[in-house]
Write a protein that binds this ligand. Structure first.
Ligand code: NAD
Ligand code: LMR
Length: 323
């Protein structure tokens, strides 16, 4: 029997209410792995958190070792193998995710400092709270003992959205699509990139769509899908976000045979600033995330990559005093 400790912040919130149950349902860790869950939220949410704990217990999950609820970061982060930083304010209708920057940035500074103090350096951190890439940058600046490649931000929701929309256009199944990635920021400037896509048993891919659909429908739809969900639900995406965190964690734990999009510390490939977290196409194994370098980038793609880079540089400039 092995044991893994997983910390989830914002555990009384909407995403966590789906995420906790997905993770404990299995599929990521081998069957003989038991999970100790550490659920962190603010003191005002302690009653809700207690209710969530009761519901988790009521599921009688085979995978559950034990569950701790707390508002104390030392208890929450100590010895964790995986830390899922979900807890932060979500945006509401009419807001951009970057409007959350000043409200949420200090959460990630404080949590980064606590993680650095109480965690082992092998801890893997996934930043979900928005704006996720810049929050990941903040965390990385305050966790000098944790290797930067252990910190990633969630872009899998965007990749899943892009794959699903593209699959429906081509009338193929989602798993038949490979190498579809999303570059840049988790925002309306992100660039969903189909230029390297391969689809099982389909060679004449370009016959199924035209460039007008690509530029005027596909790219803006993926870029603005989060706002579209808020418009319909009145609240930001939660179940699909939790599902994407599950997929992201699964790739980190088990590796992936497809290209994956994650926000990572930029190390200047494709001439993107090395002072931001930026989503790249990655090759992910159980031990590392490697940016896929050397891809042919068209002039048009380069323009998209620069726009989203500039936005991330601007976000970094806004919070530079917290770095
Ligand atoms: P929510 O409001 O339902 O829940 C947030 C929870 O975080 C609340 O329980 C709140 O009490 C808690 N919280 C606030 N400050 C905290 C702190 N300092 N420590 C611990 N917990 C704290 O929001 P949600 O729908 O679960 O969304 C959470 C975040 O995830 C938002 O910022 C949202 O925008 C973001 N999000 C990101 C993606 C992505 O793809 N990166 C997708 C969806 C949502
Ligand atoms: C999303 O993409 O659904 C989330 O980031 C929530 C939001 O604010 O759009």
């Amino acid at each position: 029997m092995t044991k893994k400790i997983i910390t989830i912040t914002g555990a009384a919130g909407n995403i966590a209410y789906s995420l906790i149950f997905r993770i404990l349902s299995g599929g990521i860790f081998p069957k003989n792995t038991k999970i100790q869950l550490k659920l962190l939220d603010i003191p005002e949410s302690s009653k809700i958190l207690q209710g969530v704990k009761y519901e988790v217990e009521d599921c009688a999950f085979e995978s559950l070792d034990s569950i701790i609820t707390t508002d104390n970061m030392e208890i929450a982060f100590g010895d964790s193998d995986y830390i899922l930083l979900v807890g932060a304010k979500p945006r509401s209708k009419g807001m951009q995710r970057s409007d959350l920057l000043l409200d949420n940035a200090s959460i990630f500074k404080n949590q980064g400092q606590a993680i650095n103090q109480h965690c082992k350096d092998s801890t893997r951190i996934i930043v979900v709270g928005n704006p996720a890439n810049t929050n990941a940058l903040i965390v990385s600046q305050h966790t000098p003992k944790i290797p930067t490649h252990n910190i990633t931000s969630l872009m899998r929701l965007d990749q899943n959205r892009a794959k699903s929309i593209f699959a429906s256009k081509l009338n193929v199944s989602v798993p038949s699509i490979r190498k579809l990635v999303v570059w840049g920021n988790h925002s309306a400037t992100q660039f969903p990139d189909i230029s390297n896509v391969q689809v099982d048993d389909l060679t004449n891919l370009h016959d199924k769509y035209d460039d007008n659909w690509l530029r005027k429908e596909f790219i803006p739809r993926v870029q603005n899908r989060g706002a579209e969900i808020i418009d319909y639900r009145g609240k930001s995406s939660a179940a699909s976000a939790a599902s994407a965190v599950y997929d992201h964690l699964n790739s980190i734990v088990n590796g992936s045979d497809d290209w994956e999009s994650m926000g990572v510390a930029s190390i200047n490939p494709y001439n993107i600033s090395s002072e931001i977290f930026y989503s790249y196409p990655l090759s992910v194994t159980t031990h590392s995330n490697k940016i896929i370098e050397g891809l042919d980038i068209s002039r048009e793609t380069l323009d998209y990559l620069k726009v989203t880079e500039e936005e991330l540089i601007h976000e970094r400039d806004i919070i530079k005093d917290l770095l």
